[in-house]
Design a protein around this ligand. Structure first.
Ligand SMILES: O=c1[nH]c(=O)n([C@H]2C[C@H](O)[C@@H](COP(=O)(O)O)O2)cc1CO
Length: 148
């Protein structure tokens, strides 16, 4: 798929905690090489764990994000910092049969949920352990696959 037309949905923790926001920032920046990132705000350093401010509240955020999820060609999720919202997005994306790449940093000392690692089939749903130095190579390898 051509870079210009590919829509990427990036998932990262917001109310689950913003400790990894610098990693999300790097990923969003790197992902722009491969398409349009619909959820750029996830990597915004000024967005706190209060989440986005919206007059219409959480329903607007939820409905907008599900629309973006439906439109997207691929989901990339940074899953090191546990987040209910990211887990929910991934579950919905699985049901939509979207290609999914989950990225986990073992250096965190955490153990990824079995419901994420156990969902991987190595094809449509991929879970990759990585450290930040590998961001470019992992994304380059992933997007060179025909299925995304
Ligand atoms: O303000 C928000 N905006 C937003 O787009 N989200 C979406 C995108 C993130 O991938 C995910 C984060 O979920 P959580 O806030 O539960 O960590 O949910 C979540 C929030 C706040 O829950």
């Amino acid at each position: 798929m051509a870079h210009e037309s590919r829509k990427i949905y990036f998932c990262g923790s917001i109310r689950g905690g913003r400790d990894d926001v610098h990693v999300y920032q790097r990923l969003v920046h790197a992902l722009r090489t491969y398409g349009t990132v619909l959820t750029e705000h996830v990597g915004d350093g000024s967005l706190t764990d209060s989440g986005e401010v919206s007059d219409s509240g959480d329903k607007l955020i939820h409905d907008r994000d599900l629309d973006w999820l439906r439109q997207s060609d691929v989901i990339v999720a940074e899953v090191t910092q546990p987040s209910l919202g990211v887990g929910y997005e991934l579950g919905r994306a699985v049901e939509m049969n979207k290609p999914i790449l989950c990225l986990f940093r073992p250096e965190s000392g955490r153990r990824l949920s079995a419901m994420i690692r156990g969902a991987a089939d190595g094809l449509k749903i991929q879970v990759q352990d990585y450290d930040q130095d590998q961001i470019q190579s992992i994304l380059s390898q992933y997007f060179s696959q025909n299925r995304v």
